[in-house]
Design a binder for this molecule. Structure first.
Ligand SMILES: [Zn+2]
Length: 128
């Protein structure tokens, strides 16, 4: 089973909502940091804002995190590993001057747009 499915329905809805608002962004762009390479779901390079849409199950959402019925130890380990990696990615991006937004897949699109809009207005565009 894939760890992160690209272009989930939620992600597509979020991207088209942002697009309708006139925001321009890149999807699945690789950001190379000194420690690692990361691939956020939505990237606003000029604002240095990186958005991840996290699946509730795989990323251990407090409301819908994995409660598997079989292979319990394996899945628990796997989800814990993802959560740990997410925290490391957040840290590395933040240190590199990025603003990281993590959105659960259960978050309504309109709420996600509000979060992203707020972050973009707080990080004024960098003109290189
Ligand atoms: Zn959830």
């Amino acid at each position: 089973m894939a760890n992160r499915s690209t272009d989930t329905r939620h992600e597509i809805a979020l991207r088209s909502a942002l697009h309708r608002k006139g925001y321009r962004f890149r999807k699945h762009t690789v950001i190379t940091l000194s420690e690692c390479r990361v691939r956020p779901d939505i990237v606003f390079p000029g604002h240095r804002v990186a958005v991840f849409v996290d699946g509730c199950y795989w990323h251990g959402c407090p409301q819908h995190g994995g409660r598997p019925t079989s292979n319990r130890d394996y899945w628990r380990w796997k989800i814990a590993h993802n959560v740990e990696r997410d925290a490391r990615v957040n840290h590395n991006l933040t240190v590199a001057g990025w603003h990281v937004i993590r959105i659960w897949e259960h978050t309504p699109t309109s709420d996600a747009v509000i979060q992203i809009t707020a972050a973009l207005s707080g990080h004024s565009r960098i003109t290189a």
